[in-house]
Structure formats: C-alpha cells, structure tokens
Design a protein around this ligand. Structure first.
Ligand code: GAP
Length: 494
C-alpha cells in the first residue's frame, strides 16, 4: 500500500479528514476535517499568523468569498483561470486535454490552446475510459464556480484565490497603515476552483484553504528590513539553469547568494523564501524533501513577472505547496482602470502604483505533507504507527490518563485535566489498558501523556511520558503547566 493510501485510512479512522457529504453523493475534491484534523489545521493557521502577521507587524483582514464578475474580469480570472477539456463523443467522459496528451504522447502542453487543438486533430487519440477513437475538439473550461447575487442573479463567482479581496481593499488598508509603504496584508480563507479531475485527496481540491500575504512596496526601494538577520540562512533551490540542463539539480543557497546570483529580484523575495523554509521546518517537513523551484516563463501565472514555488516530495510525487509571485503593479493597475478609482499612492511627492510580492500557501496541501513526513512505522519498541507531529501543531498538547479505572483516580485525573485545560487542548480517556491509551495518544501525535496513580493522591505528583522515546519523568502537578509549555515552545519531545 502506498503511503498516501495509508494516510487516507488513518485520516478516516483517527478523525483527521474524510470526504464531504458522505451519506449523499460523494463529489470528488471536497473534504471535511474531523475533530483531530480541525485542531491541526487551526494550529497551522495560528502558527502562520504568528510568523507571517504578528512577528512581521502586518495586518490581517477577512474579505467576502462571493466576488462580482467585474472584480474577476479586472484580475484576469474570467479569461485566464481555465483548463483545456476534451469530451469522448461515445462515452461522454470529459477529461483534461493536456493531461491526456502528456500521458498518451509524452508531449507537455506549452499553454497554447491552438497547438493543443492541432495535436488532437492530428493524433486521433483514444478515450482512456471506453477506448473509442472518438474524441471531440478540445475546449476551454473556466474553473470558477458561478453564482448569482440577489433576485436579479447578478453574475458572481466564488473567489478562486483570497488575494483579490485584499487588492480591492488596498486604499483603505494603505490609509490604516498611515499612508506608508511597505504594507503587508494577510488573509486566511477558503478559495474555490472547479477542478476538472480533482484527485490525490487534499492535494487537488475544489474547495481549499489558502494563507496569502500581499506585500506592497515602492519598486524603487525593494529592500527588506529583516533581510540582514537572514542573509546567511540557507534554502535548497532549483534554478532555471540547473533545470535547463535537464538534471533537476538542487543546490543550497544563502540569502546572499539568492540575491548575488540574481535568482531573486530583490531582498523581499529572498527574505520570504528563507522565512517559508523555516516555517515549513516548524511544520515537520523534512529539509531533504523540499526545495524551491524557479518557474520558467511559460509556467508563470498571468499576473506574475516571476515565480519561485516551494515543492515537496510526497508519495504522489513532487507537489507545489507555496506559490511566490512577483505580481508587480498588475493587480492594482487592473483594478484602477476597471473600477475607475485610482489605486496609486503619493509619497514624498512621488506618485506611483505600488508593486506586490505575494506568498500563497495552501493549508490542505501542507497538512497532507505534514502527515506524510511525520508518519512513523511500527518498530520493536513501538508496536503501532504514529505521527511525530511537532508539539506546537499537535492536535492536543497533552493527554491525561488515570492509571486504572478507579473512582478516586478518575476524580483526581479530572482535576488535573481541568487545570491543564485552562492552557492546553487535553485528550482525556479513563478506561482501557494504559499501554493502549499511550498508543492512542501516539497515533494522533500527542507529544506528552500525564498519568495519575496512587502516588498522585498522596504526593500531588504525576508521571509525564514523552511520545518519541516513551521516557517517563515524575513531576509535581504544580510544575506541569510550565513544563509542558516549555517543551511545546522548544519542540521538545524527549
Ligand atoms: N494567489 C495565488 C494563487 O492562488 P496558486 O499557485 O494557484 O496561486 C497557491 O495557489 C497555493 O494554493 C498552491 O501552492 C497550493 O498550496 C494551494 N492550491 C491551489 N490550488 C489548490 C487545489 N485545487 N487544492 C488544494 N490546494 C490548492
């Protein structure tokens, strides 16, 4: 069984995630998070908030999901967020034309729709489902979910990225920032794309969560204050040159090298790559299995003048999990001209449209990568599969168990549980063998388990067990909160 198949089974049995609307139609590409998955997701979002909003002094906003057509005409999404589709005229199956061409002919699509149509005409490809050589002409399919506002059903769409809600609020946020640049505006929320063939679980969904950061700056001053602190830090990256050679060679580069070798156009870009690298490490993603990749011009989205994506190795293959785009003044210029409201700024006598650097992270893909990278097999010491989730992101920071099912132990254990619940999410289970309960805690990645026994009643002490090496330590109840807090903060699980 492949790792992602095992992860899916564990996700179902341990309350991490499952297909949406399971008791009715099960449409692909929609997943619900269960109680354990929801806690992990909230923690990832809050860690991102801490690192990318609070520590940077940026602002976070929440904008509406339903977006009028006019906004998405301006941003280019009504014409550009499309995929080519082909239909089998015999069995009526519809599929991604570019995927079929690549799978059958080994030809990677260059993005030109006319050349794709020509290839289909010349090659007379077979339908992979019914095997008939009866495919229609490829056509363009827009991935946005359409809806109507009010009784007039004014055309609108569910947003395909959270970013547009940020751009249309630029003037207000600029004022709230004291009419100064730079300005960082973050948003976490759902985005929607009617993917033609959603697959690979959390990797390609129709409804997913993004954590996006739009960093506005004066293109004449693209320096970043915090860059000095990270200039010696390193990330792994595939440059255009190493990809051109066909080798996909990954190299370690410092922030300084990213600039000197012109891999990044400015300090802002280099700073955020390093920041993302550190963030991913905090999320338990292994350094040897992730790298940045500089995209070629024909891979870059319509709004970007250059992208460097973060890619992670998984059992599905390599997947893109973060898009870093230099959006220049594209979005603000487009919204200025389409809305008729100028989004230029005037600072010290200079009037210009700010440039934007964007960090766009998918939460769901990160959760999937975290589960794969922290999954641990059974061993002779630990006879169950478990997750080595970093303590900061564990669904519960600690478990509390009475050693045996005895009323007096249960009563004391509940008291300890309630003290800890003032600070942490606590997993509590009173029955079952203690070994089985430790296993249950490990299985959902809980880093510590606190056990209440008869000595607890006499001495007010408990044992704390560490997930990663099963070591146990006796400590006072009054020291517990501090101990767990310190361990969580320092990611200590042994
Ligand atoms: N605002 C820019 C933007 O949306 P993107 O590369 O299309 O850029 C950014 O998306 C991130 O959002 C991706 O790297 C991925 O993590 C996540 N994402 C995009 N489409 C997704 C999908 N269908 N399912 C799950 N996550 C997705």
């Amino acid at each position: 069984m492949l790792l992602h198949e095992r992860i899916f089974e564990l996700a179902l049995s341990r309350g991490i995630f499952y297909p949406s609307n399971e008791i009715y139609e099960n449409y692909a590409g929609f997943y619900d998070y269960g109680p354990v998955g929801t806690l992990i997701k909230n923690r990832i979002e809050n860690l991102w908030r801490r690192e990318f909003v609070r520590k940077e002094g940026f602002m976070e906003i929440q904008t509406s999901i339903i977006t009028p057509k006019s906004v998405l005409d301006a941003s280019g999404h009504t014409s550009s967020i499309t995929d080519p589709v082909v239909e089998c005229l015999k069995c009526k199956k519809r599929m991604r034309a570019d995927h079929l061409m690549e799978g059958e002919l080994g030809i990677k699509w260059d993005g030109n729709f006319e050349s794709l149509k020509k290839t289909f005409k010349e090659k007379n490809l077979q339908c992979p489902s019914c095997k008939a050589n009866n495919l229609g002409e490829p056509y363009v399919f827009n991935l946005m979910f359409k809806t109507g506002i009010g009784v007039e059903l004014q055309t609108a769409f569910l947003r395909p990225e959270t970013a547009q809600g940020v751009f249309v609020n630029f003037t207000r946020n600029f004022r709230e920032n004291g009419t100064k640049l730079p300005l960082g505006v973050a948003q976490i929320g759902k985005s929607f794309r009617n993917e033609i063939s959603p697959r690979r679980g959390l990797v390609r969904m129709r409804e997913f969560t993004q954590m996006e950061l739009e960093y506005y700056f004066d293109p004449d001053s693209p320096d970043f204050e915090g860059f000095e602190n990270v200039r010696k830090e390193k990330v792994r990256i595939m440059t255009k040159e190493t990809q051109k050679a066909g080798k996909r060679k990954i190299e370690w580069k410092t922030g300084e090298q990213l600039l000197k070798e012109k891999i990044c156009p400015n300090q802002i870009f280099a700073y955020f790559l390093i920041k993302e690298w550190e963030f991913y490490k905090m999320c338990g993603i292994s350094e040897e299995k992730m790298h940045f990749r500089v995209l070629f011009d024909d891979e870059v989205p319509h709004y970007s003048s250059g992208n460097i994506d973060l890619e992670v190795e998984t059992s599905y293959g390599i997947i893109e999990t973060i898009g870093n785009a230099y959006r220049t003044d594209f979005d603000l210029s487009q919204h200025s001209s389409h809305s008729g409201k100028s989004l230029s700024v005037k600072i010290e006598g200079k009037e210009f449209i700010p440039h934007v650097f964007e960090v766009s992270m998918g939460v769901d893909r990160l959760i999937f990568c975290l589960l794969e990278h922290t999954f641990r097999e059974k061993t002779s010491e630990k006879e169950w599969e478990w997750f080595d989730i970093p303590p900061q992101l564990s669904p519960f920071q600690t478990a509390v168990f009475p050693l045996m099912k005895k009323a007096e132990l249960d009563e004391k254990a509940k008291k300890v549980r309630d003290i800890l619940r003032e600070e942490f999410y606590v997993f509590y289970q009173k029955s079952g063998s203690i070994g089985k309960r430790y296993a249950r805690a490990d299985e959902i990645g809980i880093p510590y388990a606190v056990t209440i026994d008869y000595d607890t009643l006499d001495e007010d002490t408990v044992t704390i067990r560490y997930r990663n090496n099963a070591r146990q330590e006796r400590i006072k109840i009054s020291d517990l909160i501090l101990k767990i807090k310190e361990n969580v903060d320092n990611a200590k699980v042994s």
